[in-house]
Design a protein around this ligand. Structure first.
Ligand SMILES: Cc1cc2nc3c(=O)[nH]c(=O)nc-3n(C[C@H](O)[C@H](O)[C@H](O)COP(=O)(O)OP(=O)(O)OC[C@H]3O[C@@H](n4cnc5c(N)ncnc54)[C@H](O)[C@@H]3O)c2cc1C
Length: 410
């Protein structure tokens, strides 16, 4: 039988291997609490402050959390009367900080390691269309400050209902299981991991079957975190965000980051290796140049900081280092697939179980962007170790095979 829908273009992310990300978004490990996020974002004296999504106490892991933390860091530096501020990183937090500083009349110089702006928002052109390999949705839409900016810019946005995915194969998650699991996670002992709580539930599963429990965990926890469950905090590993009002931007996040970067002094290909705080200023050092300023705002992601990707002199305070050790990042990868023909039912968002147990993927139908049949797939879990190997074209073709098989199973 002929295969319907020929793949005519693709793009593949590699967040797990990206040296400037080290994963997808920050998460709280079993020994951590949300206080670690606040501690990490607490200014270190009057000249150094860490910002970025990981420092937001309630909106971590999301672009609007990063943006808000960039604004907070800019206000801190401007209120202290600094005239020239270095910003490390041109992702959402760094761009927000740079723009807010400029608006307060403070000179801001942004050093970015990559050859592009946007950080973990990563626009990609595939077959004439613009899509996202990083952040896709404006989450918590009604209370999302970036959503207000997108509206002001007149961007076109499309609603996704994460609470109503079309499950292409396998059974949907049964009602009531989420509530029960959330209650158990909230009541978990400090220091307990997700695995500890799940093992308890599986030992006495009550009215649920083990298969239902595993399916729920794959769909709601593994897909939302991409982290090992034995590391992830039971109490704090399931943070708010997804399913509270989500819209994606036609044309991609670059429409926001491009606007924010307009007119700013952003220097690309400038990885920061060392930051020295002196009594009368800071010295930010790259491979072959120094940047002097009155203060510095650092927005590098948690895995970069935890791996000592930037050497701080003097070292970060013990409280900050402890907070860093309690946080981490999972791995969620994305693929954009363009086809010559649409071969799937219309729904908007899809969940696929398989090809084996614990293999989960979720899919956005992005065809509305320009009329060309397009899917954006999200993958997480241990099967990435075998799925995400070899050339990108092979990964894309394997990912397309997963979706095709699920459609064929219906
Ligand atoms: C696959 C995926 C899907 C996602 N989906 C969503 C979503 O739908 N909605 C949502 O709200 N969020 C989503 N997120 C999370 C969101 O992308 C991030 O929370 C947000 O973009 C983080 O912004 P940031 O400025 O804190 O960090 P980043 O965007 O990581 O910016 C930090 C910048 O610092 C640079 N940098 C790092 N180290 C150095 C150094 N030593 N010197 C100089 N520069 C350095 C990096 O290159 C980067 O540009 C997703 C993320 C991923 C990966």
């Amino acid at each position: 039988m002929a295969v319907r829908g020929r793949l005519v273009g693709s793009a593949v992310s590699h967040w797990g291997a990206d040296p400037w990300a080290g994963g997808s978004w920050s998460l709280i490990g079993r020994h951590g609490t949300p206080r670690d996020r606040t501690t990490l974002g607490t200014p270190v004296g009057d000249r150094l402050r860490l910002a970025g999504e990981a420092t937001h106490p309630t909106r971590a892991g999301m672009t609007h959390g990063a943006y808000e933390q960039g604004l907070a860091a800019a206000a801190w530096a401007a209120d202290l009367g600094h005239a020239r501020v270095a910003v490390v990183g041109a992702g959402m937090a760094g761009l927000a900080a740079g723009r807010a500083l400029a608006e307060r009349g403070v000179e801001a110089v942004i050093w970015e390691a990559r050859d592009r702006i946007g950080g973990r928002t990563a626009g990609v052109d595939v077959g004439g269309g613009a899509f996202d390999l990083g952040a896709n949705w404006l989450q918590q839409y009604d209370e999302n400050v970036l959503a207000r900016l997108a509206e002001k810019l007149g961007l076109t946005m499309v609603i996704t209902d994460f609470n109503d995915p079309l499950v292409l194969n396998g059974e949907p998650v049964p009602d009531g299981l989420e509530d029960e699991l959330r209650d158990r996670l909230a009541a978990a002992a400090p220091g307990a991991s997700m695995t500890d709580v799940l093992d308890d539930l599986l030992r006495a599963p009550g009215r649920w079957t083990p298969a239902e429990i595993h399916r729920f965990v794959d769909a709601e926890i593994v897909m939302d975190t991409g982290a090992p469950l034995s590391w992830l905090s039971a109490r704090h590993g399931f943070e708010p965000g997804v399913g509270e009002g989500d819209r994606w931007i036609v044309g991609g996040y670059r429409l926001l980051t491009g606007h924010l970067a307009d007119g700013l002094d952003v220097r690309l290909n400038r990885p920061v290796r060392r930051i020295r705080v002196e009594p009368d200023g800071v010295v930010v050092s790259g491979d072959d140049a120094d940047l002097r300023a009155d203060a510095v705002v650092v927005t590098a992601p948690v895995p970069v900081l935890a791996a000592d990707g930037i050497a701080f002199e003097p070292p970060l305070p013990q409280a900050h280092r402890t907070a860093l050790s309690h946080l981490g990042a999972g791995r969620v990868e994305k693929v954009v697939l363009r086809f010559d023909e649409r071969f799937w039912p219309e729904h908007g968002y899809y969940r696929v179980h398989g090809p084996a147990d614990t293999c989960m993927s979720e899919w956005l139908d992005a065809t509305v962007a320009d009329g060309t049949p397009t899917l954006v797939g999200l993958f997480a879990g241990s099967w990435l170790d075998t799925l995400w190997t070899g050339p990108d074209a092979d990964i894309a073709s394997r990912a397309a095979g997963v979706f095709r098989a699920a459609v064929a199973d219906r």
